[in-house]
Design a protein around this ligand. Structure first.
Ligand SMILES: NC(=O)C1=CN([C@@H]2O[C@H](COP(=O)(O)OP(=O)(O)OC[C@H]3O[C@@H](n4cnc5c(N)ncnc54)[C@H](O)[C@@H]3O)[C@@H](O)[C@H]2O)C=CC1
Ligand SMILES: CC(=O)C(=O)O
Ligand SMILES: [Mg+2]
Length: 605
């Protein structure tokens, strides 16, 4: 069932080649003079050629010398590197925020240059605009706020959203990331301050999927907050009221979804960082009605499944051995349950048996092992609840240490949001040395870094040098001495959500089906070569994120065609999509990616 296609080794150079020949088409503007200079979509700073300055009424508004894009790029990187030098030795948080500020200022001023530096330096800059720094930014958002980005719909806007949506200046929107701020990474309810997450996710959409930044829209749905500290903070920028609940809450989300799809019927909405009850409820409510998905449930599941399949290969086994893997999942929230559902479905497909597909998975939450004896068992967790007698001595609520000692799992996977939960009792990691696996794996997937279930260094130190390790936020590789390196993977949904969104967009999918999500996971799983996997490398380098996203996007597109939900995109109809070969779908996806380069601006009066 898993077709392991091997990709050419030089993925990165292929991506570069594809974009090196990009010739910028003209870009229509409806403004002149300072209005252009103050619009980050069109601004080129000192890069406006003289003829363009004449045509657009810019002569005299800029210093006379024209600076090339490359010079501007170098100048920005120089300031960035001097900031790095000047902040050396300062606390990590201070340095991280200083780096975020300098990037954010560029983002506010000149998007083309911003996205080029982001794309070309994605390994260094992703930890600033995405996890972990984005978490710190959200925590401090009200104080950091200078200019708005995206749209804010609040409980006070009930009845107004259909007209408000037309306040957004762009005529076309392709990709929306929406949050209600109720579960921001592992940091809890941050209310309106959670807007940083949609912004960071959409930055990844532009960098990885080549979505045109003029066509993305970050959205905050402010229905109040239950975070007492924020409610008492006089600088807090959101509604100072408790969160809406029940029907009142759903009415707000319904109204927003209707407004969005009325104005932009072909847009895709990614739900992000909603607390579990609303994550599942809204997914269920909208997935057959609108083109939407929940990244924390569905994107995370595919990335984790790809990593779990990579782990089996890293043990020198075949994928057919996956159903025998014993996997302990810590965290029964939207992410943990999403991962389990997809992994169990994969086992059921491989074995042809539904009834026994969940038998090797063990699920824990804050109250320990979840069994059928659990009082008020959440229906979403029920399919994974154990029979208390299945393993002798494993009772309802058994601790993580007890479970790891008894089960001797091949994989320990954390999506609990609780920092250090694997390492606070070092015995948990040590017990993994007794795992039945030749190469046990630890996935400490919670974000940001301080919420990771353990650090990479602790994992290699206590569980053994032979382990496979992955974390949701980046850690440095671990020096194991004697020239050996403990490789750190980043198991983050960033490897899939951009491709899921892009594939859905360029296929013109009506909905996002399970088959499309499965295709995305299979594509990521098959991306790595045996040689890489043997080294414990489960995911591609983030440097090749555009390439992997194009491959994932093309797989999603082909699945949309196969499942007859693809309606076509632009001039390309569903029949043409259906007739494309595999290679043609990848080329087609690449062709639809925006690349940051200055376009000649043409004014339309
Ligand atoms: N790496 C990635 O791509 C992703 C990582 N995440 C991370 O996963 C974490 C959880 O996200 P959600 O599932 O949406 O949160 P959630 O709040 O829905 O679920 C958290 C779960 O962890 C359990 N838990 C809490 N304390 C625990 C403890 N001490 N021991 C065992 N279980 C405990 C809770 O009972 C709950 O079941 C967050 O930190 C988030 O950043 C989420 C999505 C993607
Ligand atoms: C990565 C992500 O989506 C999260 O931590 O919520
Ligand atoms: Mg998330």
């Amino acid at each position: 069932m898993w077709n392991l296609t091997r990709f050419a080794s030089s993925r990165l150079s292929r991506t570069r080649r594809l974009f090196s020949s990009v010739i910028p088409g003209p870009c229509i503007v409806h403004k002149r003079g300072t209005d252009i200079l103050h619009d980050p979509w069109f601004n080129k700073d000192t890069g406006f050629p003289l003829t363009e300055r004449d045509r657009l009424g810019l002569r005299g508004l800029l210093p006379p010398r024209v600076i090339s894009f490359e010079q501007q790029y170098d100048r920005f990187m120089e300031s960035y590197h001097s900031l790095e030098k000047n902040t050396k030795g300062q606390p990590d948080g201070v340095v991280a925020l200083a780096k975020w500020r300098i990037l954010n200022r560029l983002h506010d001023r000149n998007e083309t240059l911003y996205y080029r530096v982001l794309m070309d330096n994605i390994k260094d800059f992703a930890p600033i605009i995405y996890t972990p720094t984005v978490g710190l930014v959200c925590q401090n958002y009200s104080g950091l706020f200078r200019r708005p980005r995206g749209m804010y719909f609040s409980a006070k806007d009930k009845g107004e959203m259909m007209s408000m949506i037309y306040n957004w200046p762009a005529q076309h929107v392709d990709m929306i990331v929406l949050t209600d701020g109720s579960r921001i990474l592992g940091l809890g309810d941050l209310g309106v301050q959670g807007i940083g997450i949609p912004i960071g996710k959409l930055d990844m959409y532009v960098a990885a999927a080549g979505i045109n930044p003029q066509r993305v829209l970050p959205v905050m749905l402010d229905v109040g907050t239950n975070n007492q500290k924020l409610l008492e903070d006089r600088l807090y920028l959101g509604l100072r009221q408790p969160r809406l609940e029940g029907e009142e809450y759903l009415e707000i989300v319904d109204e927003f979804m209707e407004a969005v799809f009325t104005r932009w019927p072909k847009a895709i909405v990614q739900f992000e960082d909603f607390q579990m009850k609303w994550a599942f409820e809204t997914l269920d409510r909208y997935r057959k009605k609108f083109c939407m998905f929940n990244d924390d449930i569905q994107g995370t599941a595919g990335v984790a499944l790809a990593g779990l399949l990579g782990t089996v290969r890293a043990q020198g086994r075949t994928l057919a051995d996956f159903p025998d893997q014993k996997i302990v999942v810590v965290g029964a929230g939207s992410a943990g349950l999403g991962v389990l559902s997809m992994a169990v479905q994969a086992v059921a497909r491989m074995t042809g048996k539904n009834e026994t597909a969940a038998q090797n998975f063990f699920l824990l939450d804050k109250d320990g092992l979840i069994t059928k004896e659990r009082k008020n068992l959440d229906p979403a967790a029920a399919p994974f609840a154990k029979d208390p007698g299945q393993i002798v001595g494993l009772r309802e609520g058994a601790s993580l240490l007890e479970v790891v000692k008894k089960v001797k799992p091949d994989v320990l996977l954390g999506l609990s949001g609780v920092g250090g939960v694997f390492s606070e009792e070092v015995e948990v990691l040590k017990a993994l040395r007794e795992s039945g696996s030749t190469r046990p794996a630890i996935f400490a997937m919670s974000n940001p870094t301080m919420n990771a279930e353990c650090t990479a260094a602790d994992a290699f130190k206590h569980a053994g040098e032979n382990i496979v390790f992955a974390s949701g936020s980046p850690f440095e590789n671990v020096n194991l001495g004697n020239g050996k390196v403990g490789y750190v993977n980043q198991a983050n949904n960033m490897y899939l959500f951009p491709g899921i969104g892009l594939g859905s967009l360029v296929s013109g999918a009506r909905f996002i089906t399970d088959g499309m999500l499965q295709a995305a996971a299979e594509c990521l799983a098959s991306y790595m070569t045996d040689e890489e996997i043997q080294k414990g490398i489960l995911y591609p380098s983030i440097d090749s994120i555009r390439h992997i996203t194009a491959e994932v996007g093309a797989s999603v597109l082909r699945a949309a065609v196969a499942e007859e939900v693809a309606e076509g995109h632009g001039d390309v109809g569903p029949k043409e999509l259906a007739h494309m070969s595999k290679e043609e779908t990848v080329e087609y996806v690449f062709r639809n990616m925006w690349y940051p380069i200055y376009s000649p601006l043409v004014q339309e009066k």
